[in-house]
Write a protein that binds this ligand. Structure first.
Ligand code: NOJ
Length: 545
């Protein structure tokens, strides 16, 4: 049995799902083919009606867009492509009036090469800001200082011909990395965060938090002998560019700043095995509120594998740490493309009934699938820079425009305007308008599930107990709160499963199924429970558990 840390009532980021908006793709309010803040503001009612209470917004800061906003040229302003500071304040004001929270993406590891700090840093070896970035002389044989590589292909070092030194970038070369061994950098970053906190932002999702500081001796990284030949970045073991012990004081400094304001949250993007991931809660629980848990994305979709991931994760959590679960984001293939539509619903039911805060990617609630991007329309640098592997590595397919209705460009932008990425071809059938009035649609199911989470405290705060069910097709667990129990049964297979209900319950009724047709109660359960192919359900126990 696993019991959540006690917060009565739960804090806002503990009880609510975090919905990620990728702003370029959500809604184009000014008809230039790129989504923006006006567009998001226009669609706020959609999110509100869906029961969303918390939005994480990917970067909207001024940026030359070499990595679509993850290359920030000014931390305290809004890019005109997305709107203005006034527009942002209007959005936040409306959100707060509706009882919604806004988490901004924060990208402290690197800036854009056009950020004034970098322009000054690169100007000369004696520039006062030279040491704000990571500069090194060429290696002994000439060439890069060491063997470190970029996530987006090739060396992580770029030569600056004018000054004869290399600077570090683990993403595109237009994303030089800041030097957190220089205290002035941390000070400047905290100052910029304060800008948004003073204006009322509710928290930050911190980009690549586990990469913030690198080996002081710049040692080569060893080869990964288990590399499967796929992602070139996995060719090395990243023991000197990631997860360095010196990162923790920096995380604590970010958190200490947030703690000066009431009820702010820090979600840290961290992609590490559980033992290391847990250290980012901080020994005194004084680091991230939510270090991101990507294990449900990384795991194979079998009952045994998923059960192991859940058990291991919950068992690894330190005392007082609030769990977190992620099924998709702008870097991962779409949920419905990874698992197929029926299992995507099963996974959704899992995500929203596990103990902890779920993170949701825009469009997954209508079952958006990976788009097909013609070669001439590929935009993502990860694909552009590695054309031989573009098919596997590009992230454009999961960033296609939201599909609102069956009008031109799915209602994302107006007719005659070219969306920045092509709208998926299935938008005539798969869109919000079509699914909105159909309780049996993915959207209808998702909305009911969110509603249940607000009505049944067990689903957000209850104790979690795994159940062993015969066979390898069904994942089962209980959530219990105040003496009442709900059973969650997830059929991972495409075959009908019959369970001997007497093992689990003396009486109960399904209150939600991934296959619900009407949205109302599905069936009373007496002795046996039948799960249809790919069915997941929540059963309210009416007899003793
Ligand atoms: C992680 C972000 O999620 C990804 O989209 C981005 O390319 C890198 N960090 C670099 O900022």
């Amino acid at each position: 049995m696993y019991r959540l840390p006690d917060h009565e009532p739960p804090l806002w980021w503990q009880g609510n799902l975090i919905y990620q908006v990728y702003p370029r793709s959500f809604m184009d309010g000014n008809q230039d083919g790129v989504g923006d803040l006006i567009g998001l503001n226009q669609r706020l009612d959609y999110l509100e009606a869906l029961g969303i209470r918390c939005v994480w917004l990917s970067p909207v800061y001024p940026s030359p867009l070499y990595d679509f906003g993850y290359d920030v040229a000014d931390y305290t302003s809004i890019d005109p492509v997305f709107g203005s500071l006034a527009e942002w304040e209007r959005l936040l004001g409306r959100m707060h009036a509706k009882g919604m929270k806004l988490i901004m993406d924060w990208v402290p590891n690197h800036t854009s090469h056009q950020h004034p700090w970098f322009i000054e840093s690169r100007a000369s070896r004696t520039s006062p800001k030279r040491d704000w970035y990571i500069w090194r002389d060429p290696g002994e044989a000439g060439g890069p200082p060491n063997n470190w590589i970029s996530f987006f292909g090739g060396s992580a070092w770029e030569l600056d011909a004018a000054t004869g030194q290399y600077y570090l970038h683990q993403f595109v070369r237009e994303q030089p990395e800041l030097n957190y061994r220089n205290p002035a950098v941390l000070e400047a970053m905290l100052e910029a965060m304060r800008f948004w906190l003073d204006r009322g932002v509710d928290g930050f999702r911190v980009d690549v938090l586990w990469l913030l500081i690198k080996d002081a001796a710049f040692r080569d990284e060893p080869l990964n002998r288990d590399w499967n030949g796929e992602n070139p970045h996995a060719r090395l073991h990243h023991i000197h560019t990631a997860n360095q012990p010196e990162v923790h004081p920096i995380v604590r400094a970010f958190r200490a700043l947030l703690d000066q304001y009431p009820q702010r949250v820090m979600m840290g993007e961290i992609d590490l095995p559980f033992a290391e991931l847990m250290t980012y809660y901080g020994i005194q629980r004084d680091e991230c509120h939510l270090p991101t848990n990507f294990s449900l994305i990384h795991t194979r979709w079998t009952v045994a594998a998923v059960r192991r991931v859940i058990d291991d994760y919950l068992a690894s959590l330190p005392v007082g740490a609030w769990p977190n679960w992620v099924l998709g984001n702008h870097d991962q293939r779409r949920l419905a493309s990874r698992l197929g539509q029926p299992q995507a619903r099963v996974a959704t039911l899992l995500l929203l009934t596990l103990p902890g805060t779920p993170v949701w990617y825009y469009g997954d609630e209508i079952g958006l699938e990976n788009g097909i991007i013609p070669p001439e329309q590929i935009r993502d640098p990860q694909a552009v820079n590695q054309p031989d592997r573009a098919g596997q590595l590009g992230r454009d397919p999961q960033r296609t425009p939201m599909q609102w209705d069956a009008s031109a460009h799915a209602g994302f932008t107006q007719a005659g305007v070219m969306p920045w990425l092509p709208v998926s071809v299935d938008y005539l059938q798969r869109n919000v308008a079509v699914q909105d009035s159909d309780e049996a649609s993915f959207l209808g199911f998702f909305r009911q599930l969110i509603r249940l989470r607000t009505q049944i405290p067990a689903l957000t705060r209850g104790d979690y107990s795994p159940l062993l069910v015969t066979g390898d097709a069904v994942l089962a667990y209980r959530r219990t709160w105040n003496g009442k129990t709900w059973l969650i049964l997830l059929n991972f297979s495409a075959e009908r499963q019959r369970l001997d209900g007497r093992q689990y319950l003396a009486g109960g009724r399904k209150i939600l199924s991934t296959l619900t047709r009407t949205g109302s109660e599905v069936a009373n359960i007496a002795a046996d429970i039948t799960l249809e192919p790919d069915e997941g359900c929540i059963v309210e126990l009416t007899g003793p558990a």
